[in-house]
Design a protein around this ligand. Structure first.
Ligand SMILES: Nc1ncnc2c1ncn2[C@@H]1O[C@H](COP(=O)(O)OP(=O)(O)OP(=O)(O)O)[C@@H](O)[C@H]1O
Ligand SMILES: Cc1ncc(C[n+]2csc(CCOP(=O)(O)O)c2C)c(N)n1
Ligand SMILES: [Mg+2]
Ligand SMILES: [Mg+2]
Ligand SMILES: [Mg+2]
Length: 312
């Protein structure tokens, strides 16, 4: 069978679990794990906006999957399954779809979650795809953006800036001799599975830019934050890029690291909870207006012309 339903049967049915009813009914049937609260999130990948036309399709799929996993990680939730939409052009080669499905299969195996359903459509314009991810959490254990208080320490996982530098590398604006920037742009590493419940006051994942996403935590929490810019963890390649790229690093986004507000004095416990995941203290929360300020190592303000990514 070819056409829309042939593509569903060939590429998506092998990814589906029993909840998907063979991808042959009107909706999926899922029984939530007893006593757990459902956590729902959705993100899109649009050609020209979230990925470049020549990006490998398997990595487009995996980045889409991981952007959703990152939002579940930011909520302290475990992924259970996902719904997928695709809008392809009539001239999108079948090899694009087969590679896309291979990427989904690879990350389904890596993260242990099934496809539950979706929708296939066409577009006269850029390729568009989205995932709605369903997760679960112990009731009351979800991490929220709104719990930071003045005096809390501010932490970030991993390193910041490589993916944004990867976009500039793709445009030929910065060298990428090790391929580190390209790799981080194409394939983020969601910080799933950290045992943060009961330990941290607030969390968010960094998708739009460190400064902007920290601003969301500040507004939700009703306090300010200070970033010690020189403490922000950088890969060796990003460090080598030099100070001219500092604003891009702090505001470029696509990092999919976690920003965490934790009580001062919980450092040891927090590091134990994050065993194996790099964690750096980069600042603290302060009383007052929900403003984010960045300072250098002498305490002088670092001025930034923007805070992060916004769609027009
Ligand atoms: N079109 C929309 N309809 C309903 N709610 C929306 C819409 N767009 C965003 N939201 C809601 O607004 C909030 C912020 O969304 P946003 O997409 O910025 O978060 P995010 O997924 O963490 O970030 P990113 O999209 O950069 O990964 C979320 O609670 C989200 O559910
Ligand atoms: C081709 C191309 N141009 C720009 C970017 C950067 N970018 C696009 S959307 C976004 C924020 C998160 O998205 P959203 O808020 O829509 O979930 C970022 C950092 C990219 N990845 N690819
Ligand atoms: Mg998101
Ligand atoms: Mg979003
Ligand atoms: Mg998020």
């Amino acid at each position: 069978m070819s056409g829309e339903f042939g593509r569903i049967a060939r590429y998506f049915a092998p990814l589906a679990s029993a909840e998907a009813l063979g991808l042959a009914d009107d909706a999926a049937l899922w029984t939530p794990p007893a006593g757990r609260q459902a956590v729902l999130t959705v993100d899109q990948m649009i050609e020209g906006v979230h990925f470049l036309p020549d990006d490998p399709a398997d990595l487009v799929a995996r980045k889409l999957m991981r952007r959703n996993l990152s939002d579940l990680a930011a909520m302290g939730a475990r992924a259970e399954g996902y719904l997928l939409t695709t809008a392809l052009r009539a001239d999108t080669p079948e090899t694009w779809l087969s590679a896309f499905a291979e990427g989904l299969a690879a990350d389904q195996a890596r993260f242990g979650l099934p496809l539950w359903g979706g929708d296939s459509s066409s577009t006269p314009g850029p390729v568009m795809t989205s995932i709605t991810m369903i997760g679960s959490v112990e009731p009351g254990a979800a991490l929220r953006r709104g719990g930071a208080v003045a005096g809390d320490a501010l932490y970030v996982t991993g390193t910041i800036g490589d993916a944004a530098l990867g976009l500039h590398a793709a445009r030929g604006e910065i060298a990428d001799p090790t391929g580190q920037f390209r790799a981080r742009r194409l394939l983020p590493e969601p910080r799933i599975g950290l045992a943060l419940a009961g330990l941290v006051h607030a969390a968010i994942d960094v998708s739009d830019g460190l400064v902007q996403d920290l601003g969301h935590v500040c507004r939700a929490s009703g306090c300010g934050a200070v970033i010690e810019a020189d403490r922000v963890p950088l890969s060796p390649a990003a460090r080598a890029a030099g100070p001219a790229w500092r604003e891009t690093i702090l505001t470029g986004g696509d990092d999919y690291e976690l920003l965490i507000a934790a009580p001062a004095g919980s450092d040891h416990e927090l590091r134990q909870a994050c065993a194996g995941t790099p964690l750096t203290r980069i600042g603290h929360f302060v009383a007052g207006a929900p403003a984010v300020t960045a300072v250098d190592k002498d305490g002088r303000p670092v001025t930034l012309a923007r805070t992060g990514w916004q769609h027009f």
